[in-house]
Design a protein. Structure first.
Length: 323
């Protein structure tokens, strides 16, 4: 089995993640790790290689220079191709965010799940905060209704559209959501061979949603296995949506990835309808904010949504737009 971690200026976090994986290896699990540095340009490559040498991790961990920052999907693909090129290709690839660390048994729980469920193409971990509280890590696919509800977040509307809420309450035990977050997800090699790797036209965000949808459309099942527990320090690697801060304005690449997902998977007309629903919800949330005396989510703007639509139609990308 192979584990892939993509680093962009988070070398210290990656070292902590590797330290947690070392504990898994010492308990008898067998896997190798590929750390891909996405042209951090801050000395991360040297820090990571030095850490591997100093800690004696070289037998099971290698650090690869991606050569350029082509985005998160691009970096993961560099690592996945490396894993699949091994003399004995891995049966599955475990994708881990740099701002994660695994609880004991987390990797084995995912590998065992795939072994016991041959129909599963992807299985994600149960995510948690450092204090052990649960984080959402499995979701429904986004839609026009979910975009409207997610922006408005108004009780009666949320109740009416409960069937389309992207983050439904998770049941106890393993279950089948639409997609699982790429913070910790294991993908069966056969599924990757059938549908291909990540679509690296996504610079960052929505790439795992797109991959899970392609895997599901190819006939594989998507699962979450909460017995695999992984701590996710949300936002530490991107600076977006940190738990202890007010949500920051979404970067251009978030808007572009979102728009790309809808155009690619639902078509341009449907994507326009989704954008229209979100724009209406943005306006209504502002009105409700004034009436109720509490601001809504101001991290998403109509200008941002429309600009992404123009960029994609003009062939630009989030990276070109300043990511």
């Amino acid at each position: 089995m192979g584990v892939v971690i993509v680093n962009y200026r988070t070398a210290d976090l990656v070292v902590d993640c590797l330290r947690s994986l070392e504990g898994e290896l010492s308990s008898g699990d067998s896997f190798r790790v590929v750390v891909v540095d996405n042209a951090s340009g801050d000395g991360s490559l040297e820090v990571l290689r030095q850490a591997v040498t100093e800690h004696g991790w070289g037998a099971w961990c290698e650090v690869v220079d991606a050569g350029r920052n082509g985005g998160f999907a691009f970096g993961n693909n560099v690592g996945i191709r490396r894993v699949l090129s091994w003399d004995e290709p891995a049966d599955a690839v475990h994708l881990l965010n740099p701002d994660t660390y695994v609880r004991p048994g987390a990797v084995r729980a995912l590998a065992s799940f795939l072994e016991e469920h041959p129909e599963a193409g992807v299985v994600g971990s149960g995510l948690e905060n450092p204090d052990g509280t649960v984080r959402r890590g499995a979701f429904r696919y986004p839609s026009a209704a979910s975009e409207f509800e997610g922006q408005l977040r108004f009780g009666p509307v949320s109740k009416l559209l409960s069937r389309w809420v992207v983050a439904p309450p998770a049941p106890e035990g393993a279950w089948r959501p639409g997609w699982v977050t790429g913070a910790s997800m294991m993908v069966r090699r056969e599924a990757l061979e059938r549908v291909g790797l990540f679509d690296d036209s996504y610079f960052l965000y929505f790439e795992e949603t797109d991959l899970c949808l392609r895997v599901a459309r190819a006939g594989w099942e998507i699962w979450q296995e909460p017995a695999s527990r992984v701590v996710h320090l949300v936002g530490q690697s991107t600076g977006v949506n940190r738990k202890d801060e007010k949500p920051r304005p979404k970067p251009a690449y978030w808007y572009d990835s979102r728009r790309r997902y809808f155009e690619k998977n639902l078509g341009r007309v449907h994507a326009d309808a989704v954008d229209a629903c979100r724009c209406v919800a943005v306006l209504l949330s502002r009105v409700l904010g004034v009436l109720l005396g509490k601001p809504g989510d101001e991290s998403i703007t109509i200008d941002g949504l429309l600009a992404a639509r123009r960029r994609l139609r003009g062939g630009a990308t989030g990276e070109a737009a300043g990511a």
